[in-house]
Design a binder for this molecule. Structure first.
Ligand code: ATP
Ligand code: MG
Length: 243
């Protein structure tokens, strides 16, 4: 039992939930260490959505809303942490939801699709082919799904796949607490915020944005600025944290 008054209650509950999801095979063991790195960067941010992250989230919504064929790519950590939030974003944005895994087995793909459906998502499933220019199993996807996507949201992504997707001409939106990662630097737009805070913000913005504001946000997208701002927030906080 984790006591409710524990100062790290939310973090401990999330870790316990991810541990249980790993035992069921939903989250990869390696996914647990990836979560730990995310938590470390969230400490530096002060575990809050910064102004620049909010701008990135509104821009992400604008890209999804104006896309021809938007797709949300889901891995194990994302399904375990945010199946309901993914379903809500799908409803607000009209995006396809498709599972894509590094540690891929057919059984694990089906397990994750079940988790997403339980959360209310309409999952795009069926046989996948090796279509992305990658030497590992994240190359598998569906021709009518992420292969033909123009805008693709990749929460908690690997840098090499983000780079490959950009190389295919896609607009890639990453959600990654580490502004220094290859993913963060290769993506078209990086949301430096925690996944379960970022997704509801993007969903809300999808519901609110007027078409002219969408165009303005897309036209003024500057990922270098957004990453610099995230790093500035972290260094400012670090230099005052013991004041
Ligand atoms: P890259 O290849 O992009 O340099 P990596 O392969 O080393 O990065 P991964 O091990 O794939 O990175 O980890 C995924 C990333 O997701 C990490 O950078 C981590 O900070 C981030 N992350 C983990 N959990 C969360 C979360 N809940 N919300 C947002 N970001 C997260
Ligand atoms: Mg990686």
């Amino acid at each position: 039992m984790i006591p409710k008054d524990h100062p790290r209650y939310k973090s401990l509950v999330t870790r316990e939930m991810l541990g249980n999801a790993a035992k069921k095979g939903i989250v990869a063991m390696e996914g647990l260490t990836a979560h730990g790195r995310g938590e470390a960067f969230d400490y530096l941010l002060g575990e809050r959505t910064t102004d620049s992250a909010r701008l990135a989230e509104r821009t992400a919504a604008a890209l999804l809303r104006t896309a021809r064929h938007p797709v949300i790519s889901v891995n194990g950590n994302t399904a375990a942490l945010a199946a309901r939030e993914i379903a809500d974003l799908q409803k607000a944005s009209g995006a396809l939801v498709e599972v894509n895994l590094f540690h891929r087995t057919e059984e694990r793909v089906r397990l994750l699709e079940g988790v997403l459906r339980d959360g209310g998502a309409d999952v795009f499933s069926g046989p996948a082919e090796r279509l992305l220019p990658l030497s590992h199993d994240r190359a598998f996807c569906r021709r009518e799904g992420m292969y033909t996507a123009d805008v693709i949201l990749v929460p908690l992504e690997d840098g090499d796949r983000a780079e490959a997707l950009v190389g295919m001409g896609k607009t890639v939106i990453a959600i990654d607490l580490n502004p220094l990662s290859r993913t963060a630097r290769k993506a078209t737009l990086t949301v430096v915020d925690e996944l379960t805070r970022a997704l509801p913000e993007i969903t809300q913005a999808c519901r609110e944005l007027a078409p002219d504001e969408c165009s303005r946000l897309v036209a003024s997208l500057d990922n270098h600025y957004l990453l610099q701002e995230a790093i500035r927030e972290m260094t400012t906080r670090l230099s005052h944290v013991l004041d």
